[in-house]
Design a protein around this ligand. Structure first.
Ligand code: 13P
Length: 252
């Protein structure tokens, strides 16, 4: 059985004070939560604060991105995987659609970030997903396959998925209030699992595939009930403790 995972991607939101209040709210509500693993991905500058606050709890920490370069060096403004691990992260999001569309992260860069995360001992959360026009043009599977293959076709790519998480985030559903229906999401999740299974059945069965895109307290349960949906990557609704906790409970 795959353990559910709910990860909050705060994006570029919050202040030190709001971050502290949010984490404290989530901490309090976590007791008795049981099954799902819960992770939070605050902006880089708040990671150390949040790490201190969640020490001794079951909460996990993740970065929202990382530098594709491994090791240290002259890369002004960048944050390495080793630095994320050093402040207590166990996850790093790579290939988020906002990084792809606003900051030019290509499939090649996303793959480098993915492997850089793993080299630092982090679990990459690899985001894949199509634009609205790609869905309307019936290119969803081709786009998702391309995003996946950027990693799968690298040496060791298939085996690497044993230590990775995939997040299917249809771009048209991100921050729009439009959610993929459970059936639409399930179809893509099943496609992803099948594509991995063509290489390695066992890895395909074990890899967690999260859904992201306007997941809220009132739609999480029906999405998470689908066979191949193993939890969620949550944007807006992760900024409010009660909403986020309700989503975590729906994954239990
Ligand atoms: P929303 O939940 O705000 O739609 O964002 C989803 C997302 O992009 C998570 O990475």
């Amino acid at each position: 059985m795959r353990q559910p995972l709910v990860a909050g991607n705060w994006k570029m939101h919050g202040t030190r004070i709001s971050a502290r209040d949010l984490v404290s709210g989530v901490r309090q509500g976590l007791e008795g939560l049981g099954k799902p693993r819960v992770a939070m991905c605050p902006p880089f500058v708040y990671l150390a604060d949040v790490a201190a606050q969640i020490q001794g709890t079951a909460l996990a920490l993740g970065g929202q991105d990382l530098c594709p370069e491994v090791g240290s060096g002259a890369h002004t403004g960048e944050i390495s995987g080793a630095m994320l691990a050093d402040v207590g992260c166990s996850y790093a999001i790579v290939g988020h659609s906002e990084r792809r569309s606003l900051y030019g992260d290509s499939d090649e860069v996303v793959a480098r970030k993915y492997f850089a995360a793993q080299q630092a001992g982090l679990t990459p959360i690899l985001c894949v997903g199509e634009l609205l026009e790609e869905r309307e043009g019936e290119h969803t599977e081709a786009v998702v396959a391309r995003h996946l293959d950027a990693v799968l076709t690298q040496p060791g790519g298939v085996a690497s998925l044993a230590k990775a998480v995939i997040a299917y985030e249809p771009v048209w559903a991100i921050g729009t209030g439009l959610t993929a229906t459970p059936a639409q999401a399930q179809a893509v999740h099943a496609f992803i699992r099948k594509r991995i299974a063509q290489h390695d059945q066992a890895v395909a069965e074990r890899v967690q595939i999260l859904y992201g895109g306007s997941v809220k307290a009132n739609n999480a349960a029906e999405l998470f009930a689908m066979q191949d949906i193993d939890g969620g990557l949550i944007g807006g609704a992760s900024l409010e403790a009660e909403q986020f906790l309700a989503i975590c409970r729906a994954a239990g």
